[in-house]
Design a protein around this ligand. Structure first.
Ligand SMILES: Cc1cc2nc3c(=O)[nH]c(=O)nc-3n(C[C@H](O)[C@H](O)[C@H](O)COP(=O)(O)OP(=O)(O)OC[C@H]3O[C@@H](n4cnc5c(N)ncnc54)[C@H](O)[C@@H]3O)c2cc1C
Ligand code: SF4
Length: 330
């Protein structure tokens, strides 16, 4: 048992100042990921600053027609919110596809976004891992790679990002609001997480002490026609092998607009911009959806145990888009 202090945050400014001023302090949301890591010896904070009492727990309508989700909105409340279900079904479905009812009751929006990879070697402190200890090496490179990346990996890390919520937010082009010691900033959801490059230890572009306060969903009328599909090794309580978040706007048989993101394939939620570009303005047909999926996956580099992810991703992209276009899409 490694001792640590626990403090409930009174306000946003002091929470940010406390964590910024102490490199061994960490924010605590629902604790469903961080506390596990403390038990496993992956994280050893000396101070936990519990932010769940801060008044950042509401879903509010924005003047432009979008929604603001406070960082402390619990996953179960987010998935059940009537406006989320009506305007952004992909988001509600993504949250419900993750974890279990009990975990979703505790897990927060901010904590969900910042949960760390489920790479088994990262979670096993007896194996080398550049994400845990930079420069140590990567056990996955010569290990079991069924769950690992096929896009955007590096020789330093081939892990995938685990959050389903983050994949939906990437597709919706949500904006993450961040409070730091010297003010506020915003980060697009698609730019929050990073590819590993030579710094596998860094999951996101956030600096130590930066607090997520909210996530803004832009007004996106066609997001009402959206869905989340997730393939996994068992029907629930498992992370994605591949997931697809898609929203589609079709008029007169042509794609007016489309949003597409993939989970389970890279170190970050994968915004499928090549596929989006290939589809916009074109016919809403299965052939076009297949061609778009192929364009997105052309640069993929599967590992020895995960070549199946390419076919799976292609089929899931086509199936999700076909469902949104109407099952009779030619
Ligand atoms: C058995 C199991 C199965 C699961 N299955 C899935 C799944 O299928 N899909 C899925 O997406 N997830 C899954 N999860 C993960 C679960 O969704 C996360 O554990 C949860 O969302 C984390 O939220 P939390 O509030 O508990 O975060 P915490 O554990 O409190 O925090 C996580 C990280 O975020 C930081 N943090 C927390 N709040 C803030 C903030 N406001 N600003 C800045 N930093 C912050 C913490 O310091 C910590 O580093 C599963 C978890 C378990 C245990
Ligand atoms: S893939 Fe990344 S997280 Fe997994 S062992 Fe290698 S460096 Fe660590």
């Amino acid at each position: 048992m490694i001792p640590f202090d626990y403090r409930r945050a009174d306000d946003v400014a002091s929470a940010v100042a406390t964590v910024t001023g102490n490199p061994r302090a960490a924010f605590l949301g629902g604790g469903t990921n961080l506390v596990d890591h403390m038990k496993l010896g992956i994280a050893e904070p000396e101070l936990l600053v519990d932010v769940t009492g801060l008044p950042l727990d509401r879903v509010e309508e924005l003047p432009d027609g979008g929604l603001r989700i406070g960082t402390n909105v619990r996953n179960s409340d987010l998935a059940a919110h009537p406006l989320v279900r009506e305007r952004y079904p992909v988001l509600a479905q993504a949250v419900l596809a993750g974890a279990s009812g009990q975990l979703r009751n505790l897990a927060t929006t901010g904590g969900n976004l910042l949960q760390r990879t489920r790479c088994v070697y990262f979670q096993d402190v007896t194996t080398p891992c550049n994400k845990r200890t930079p420069g140590e090496g990567c056990a996955a490179l010569h290990g079991y790679t069924r769950y690992h990346a096929v896009l955007g990996a590096s020789p330093h890390c081939v892990a995938v990002h685990p959050s389903d919520l983050a994949v939906a937010l990437t597709a919706l082009d949500a904006v993450v609001r961040v409070r730091r010691a010297d003010g506020e900033r915003t980060v697009r959801a698609s730019a929050l997480h990073r590819l590993p490059g030579a710094h596998a230890e860094r999951d996101t572009v956030l600096e130590h002490g930066e607090l997520i306060t909210a996530v803004d969903l832009p007004p996106l009328r066609f997001a009402a026609n959206s869905r989340y599909r997730k393939a996994r090794d068992r029907a629930s309580y498992a992370f994605a092998l591949v997931s697809v978040a898609a929203a589609l706007d079709v008029a007169d048989g042509r794609v007016r607009d489309v949003r597409l993101a993939l989970g389970g394939v890279a170190h970050k939620p994968w915004h499928a911009t090549l596929a989006e570009h290939a589809m916009r303005g074109g016919p809403a047909t299965v052939d076009a959806f297949q061609a778009a999926a192929d364009a997105e996956l052309a640069e993929a580099e599967p590992l020895p145990d995960n070549g199946f992810k390419l076919k799976l991703a292609r089929n899931m992209i086509v199936s999700a888009l076909r469902g949104l276009a109407g099952e009779d899409a030619p």
